[in-house]
Design a protein around this ligand. Sequence first.
Ligand code: GDP
Ligand code: CO
Length: 685
Amino acid sequence: MRIESGKQVEHFGAVRLHPVRRVLELDSGVRIPSPIKDSVEPQRIDRDVIAGIQRELAIVLPIKDEDVKVFEGVLSGIPHDCLMIVMSNSRRGEIDNLKKEREILDRFCIATKRNALIVHQKDPRLGEALADCGYSQILDEKGLVRSGKAEGMLIGILLAMALGKEYVGFIDTDNYIPGAVWEYAQHYAVGFSLSDSPYVMTRLLWRYKPKMSGELYFRKWGRVSEITNKYVNHFISAKGRFETDIIKTANAGEHAMSLQLAKKLTYATGYGVETQELMSIFEQFSGLASPVDKAVMEKGVDIIQTETINPHVHEERGEEHLLKDILMPSLSVIYHNPLCEDGTRRLITRHLIELECIPRDGEVPSLLMLPPPETVDAVKFGRLMDRTLSDYAIPKGWPVGVSLPPAARKTREAAKLVFTDLDGTLLHPVSYSYAAALDSVRKLQEAGIPIVFCSAKTMAEQQVYRHELGIADPFIIENGAAIVVPKDYFRFPFSFSRIVDDYFVIELGAPYQEVRSKLRKLCGKQEAKVTCFGDLTTEEVSKVTGLNLLMAALAKQREYSETVIIEGDKKQLQSTLAAIEEVGLSYTFGGRFYEACLGGDKGKAVKILLELFKLNFGDAYTVGIGDSLNDAEMLTAVDSPMIVQTGDKRWNKLNVKNLKRVSGIGPEGWARAASEVLGGSSHKK
Ligand code: GDP
Ligand code: CO
């Protein structure tokens, strides 16, 4: 796409307000290297840049009893790389509109090889999960999510967060022009590409609002927008020294934002939602109210406005209470913003009285607000939704993990200690299930024996299993790159690198970005096909690993090491591995993928953690359970090393002294190993 290049940006505290930019070309062609740098010229955003952003973009499609033909058209306009989240509040019962929508989505996804989610806003499980996560403000007295597009948008944001997306955008499903839908998604990506900040919002302005015979709809919006823009600009002007009319999109229903930003905002219910997003940004990041969020203030927030060129034609609604229902909420959120000056408030009140929206001596009513999504425990929400997600998934059959209730944990004494690998060991190499080992886990817990995970998995992934199994012991993440210790676990103080939530983190490996940049040096130069998890979407990671979508999103949250897929023959593989070492990285093989990192290994991490156990609880007899080459260092560091069988009922060859081979694949073998721990002696070697 080619759009007008940047004009004068206005600053409002840490918020950068970009003037509306117009599109010059919807498609700017294939990139041909040119010696002329165009900085003054209109700005060109390449197709692959747009597609790259769309891979991290979830499009939320609110729908309430729309014409299914129109809905079908909208779907066909959503670019292939975006993940679709359909948020329905359609009628169910005798005429089941949800069922129709689901069928259409299913057919579309199968034919186009795409994935999507369709969720009904009134699903009781959704209400329950939100109540459990402390977000009951969105629920009605029956415990169901309240009706309303704003509420639907919020659920969409939470799901996009849980699925590990970076951006979320909204597109109404009553849009008659698929080409316009496509254009919106292009604009979202283009807007994001123009910002260097992780906190960015793109809002769209329609150039063409076709005049139709029953033109009411467009006129009303035009009018409402005009008035709302006026007062938002008045609000800003009253705060600064210069008058401004920069905001042209105060009511923009078509908009998108980075989830980093979305999760910090306070949302209004009803028609005030879009205006309130802006007001919430001003309130938090103009620097005029305290406390300030340092991270955001440093990077700044970009509000990008672009003008679309396809006509916006959508379902017409009746004109009842039009100003009252639509204008009033928009002005209400400006009026009730704590930063709003009295002068602006007086003008708003007068205007609403003139339009007979409120009585002469009346008050401007305030709207119900929904607190920032970041107040929801995202991991917990994800875990709760994990059980229901398979029902929302289109097409059917995305793999979904098992979840079991955590058992009460007994006090620890640590006369014995178990270190265990996860993938292929406690978790089945194919199904990722720990079911076969569950009884043994419980027995170890009853005996007060700590179970320390020591795995290539990320902190986020391990949290899920720790929570499901009720394990509260320290754990070693990303192949020994860091040790994570619950804050209250050890009595004596020790040195750590960082505090993350309720954990002390001891870091042994270099940060992920460093590993990534070293890997980039060798990518593309190899004969083998080299793919990093960081380059894949959540859906793709789910496909190659067989992890369900939620776990795939967590697997992508790497902090120290990168998972690398190398495809090629033996020679190509060897030369790629040599190249990895040449750029200064080390690697381990986890059975299917390679794990590249810079510093830190499982053995070193086990040793450090053991010292802490010793210091706090005295000497312990240590057992290690693993399955593959990357467990060798961990197994060497324990008193009793054991390996379980791989998927084809073999044992991997490991060079570890006193290694005991237990029969049973993954968790089955794990159960046998655990019974030896319980029954066996605890003599130190
Ligand atoms: P307008 O176009 O902004 O005037 O508002 P509409 O009434 O046309 O609704 C905008 C979009 O939100 C459409 O796609 C509707 O189908 C959808 N929508 C309306 N109400 C709800 C609701 O309660 N829940 C959800 N999920 N979507 C809704
Ligand atoms: Co509409």
